[in-house]
Design a protein around this ligand. Structure first.
Ligand SMILES: CC(C)(COP(=O)(O)OP(=O)(O)OC[C@H]1O[C@@H](n2cnc3c(N)ncnc32)[C@H](O)[C@@H]1OP(=O)(O)O)[C@@H](O)C(=O)NCCC(=O)NCCS
Length: 241
């Protein structure tokens, strides 16, 4: 499902079925050794998705560990992102010479709990959710807004190692085109690299699940082979999703 949101130069794998916990590398299993069963299942299947996507990119198999904050430690030449929602897991990766940042997020297409919209949405965003809900009532727009914000965070944090509050990004969702934009606001904007101050994303809702994705391409010079040599995608690549 997520592949429909992505450009052709990234690799993805998603699934609605869980894999056995034993499929993890021992170093990965150790990260969730003391977690509850639900967490162990989502972690194992999302790692499986990541390994399938990395294989499609031509990356040799290896454990995918995590930073203390929980972000996956991708190989140096790779950008990527992972998500899981009840019944759905996905991973997206790309060659870092072509892609500067990736964020993906999945959420059940259900209403946000009472009071949450007020705590995550700026006034302009609340008005937008109200408008979209009136005109296109089939989708939980507040949840889609939340997903877009999580998506921005996942694209942002691995590049900056800085936290981002919900009021730090202004999201505009196009209800017909299946796209959204995110613009960072001060004070986050002040500390942002110029290329990390505006993000363009895509969204879809299928099988009762909202999925959002941001793929921020690297500046053209960074994927000019004459300057930097061949990237990972010179290795045999196949799309598995
Ligand atoms: C980390 C966070 C984004 C995860 O989102 P979520 O919707 O709860 O959960 P998802 O299933 O979609 O994603 C979880 C995956 O995100 C990845 N992740 C966790 N922390 C991350 C980080 N700091 N940076 C990038 N990716 C991260 C991990 O791969 C994790 O899965 P894993 O632990 O199995 O490897 C969320 O819990 C959080 O801390 N949000 C607060 C910050 C925020 O969103 N601000 C809004 C800014 S506009």
């Amino acid at each position: 499902m997520i592949e429909s949101l992505l450009p052709p130069h990234v690799r993805s794998f998603d699934t609605f079925e869980d894999v056995p916990f034993s499929s993890l590398y021992p170093e990965e299993a150790a990260l969730v050794r003391n977690s509850v069963e639900h967490r162990r299942r989502e972690f194992a299947t999302a790692r499986h998705c990541a390994h399938r996507a990395l294989a499609a990119l031509g990356v040799p198999p290896a454990p995918l560990l995590a930073t203390p904050r929980g972000a996956p430690v991708w190989p140096a030449a790779v950008r990527g992102s992972i998500t899981h929602a009840t019944g759905y897991r996905a991973a997206v990766v790309a060659d870092a010479s072509r892609v500067a940042a990736i964020g993906i997020d999945a959420e059940l297409d259900r209403p946000l709990p009472d009071g949450v919209l007020e705590s995550i949405a700026l006034p302009l965003e609340r008005a937008q959710v109200k408008r979209h809900t009136a005109l296109h009532p089939g989708i939980h727009w507040g949840k889609l807004l939340f997903s877009a914000k999580e998506c921005v965070y996942k694209a942002w944090f691995p590049q900056t190692s800085q936290e981002l509050e919900f009021e730090d990004a202004l999201i505009r969702i196009d209800p017909l085109a299946g796209t959204f934009s995110a613009r960072l606001l001060p004070p986050a904007l002040v500390s942002a690299e110029p290329e990390l101050s505006v993000f363009a994303g895509r969204w879809t809702v299928r099988e009762g699940i909202i999925v959002t994705a941001i793929v921020l391409d690297a500046p053209p010079a960074a994927h000019d082979d004459r300057a930097h040599g061949p990237g990972l995608l010179r290795a045999p690549a196949r799309s598995l999703s």
